[in-house]
Structure formats: C-alpha cells, structure tokens
Ligand binder design. Structure first.
Ligand SMILES: C[S@@+](CC[C@H](N)C(=O)[O-])C[C@H]1O[C@@H](n2cnc3c(N)ncnc32)[C@H](O)[C@@H]1O
Length: 137
C-alpha cells in the first residue's frame, strides 16, 4: 500500500494493522508529532511494516515494488492530484485499487476536478472516489 498524505499516520497504521502481511509506505513532507502516539498503539509487527517518506507524494516510487492500493489524501489540489497519479501510475500492479479521499469535500474541489479532467472511470463510495485505471485512463 502507498498512502500520499500521512498526517497523523492514523490511516497508515490502521492499514498495517488490518493485514499482517501488508507493507505500507506513506508520504508527507510535514512531520506531525501525533504519529508517535498512534505508532505506540500498534504492535511491533505493524510498526515495522510502515515506512515514512518525508517527501511530497508526487516524487513517486523509491523502488520497483508494485503497488496494490494507492490511497491519495494529500493536498487535495487539482494539479497535485494530477502529478501524483502520473508519478504512481507506472508502479500500479494489475488490478490495483486507487482511492482518492475527500472526493465530496466542499473545500477540496481539486480532487473532483482532477478526476473529471482525466475522465477516470470508477465509483464514489461515501466521501471517497475509487478509480479504475485498468483502461489506461
Ligand atoms: C488530510 S491530511 C492526511 C490524513 C491522514 N490520512 C491521517 O490518517 O491522518 C493531509 C496531509 O497531506 C499532507 N500533504 C500536503 N501536501 C502533500 C503532498 N504534496 N504530498 C504528500 N503529503 C502532502 C499534509 O501535510 C497533511 O498532513
């Protein structure tokens, strides 16, 4: 799993706890002190499977690992979302799930704008947009 926008790391750690063989790499240029508190709630195995990258999500992959779930919850700006999708698309495994958070948030129209601009197929689930990139869009 790759998450863009670590924030407090609540999501990253939850994803690691949910599957005991899942590795999570999470990007955020801003370090939040709450991370340590959430990490302290997880067991050692989950903690060891979360890698923090203190960079913008659009800097892309650090290695050749394929990504099964890309979770985008970063700047919520149109151009940032476009740059992130471009950077990560080559790293997606076949059938990968791409989730954009805050798709319906009134203060973050950039997420919807990017989805529309790319003509992404997919479906809204609550406040999320789950994109299907298998057709190359
Ligand atoms: C809504 S919060 C993420 C919440 C997080 N998923 C959690 O579980 O706490 C958005 C985060 O995106 C980060 N951010 C902003 N621009 C970013 C970028 N270009 N790349 C990565 N992270 C970014 C912010 O610093 C902020 O911590």
């Amino acid at each position: 799993v790759v998450e863009l926008g670590t924030g407090t790391a609540w999501t990253a750690i939850s994803l690691a706890i949910a599957e005991n063989d899942r590795d999570v790499v999470t990007y955020d240029p801003v370090l939040r002190v709450e991370r340590e508190r959430y990490l302290a709630l997880a067991d050692q195995s989950a903690r060891n499977r979360v890698v923090f990258v203190d960079e913008q999500g659009s800097t892309g992959p650090r290695d050749g690992a394929k990504v099964n779930l890309l979770y985008i919850d970063s700047a919520h700006e149109r151009q940032v979302v476009l740059d992130e999708l471009e950077a990560w698309r080559p790293a997606l495994a076949p059938g990968a799930v791409v989730v954009l958070d805050d798709f319906t948030h009134p203060e973050f129209p950039g997420v919807r704008e990017a989805v529309r601009e790319l003509g992404l197929n997919g479906a809204q689930h609550g406040t999320l947009f789950v994109a299907d990139l298998s057709d190359g869009r």
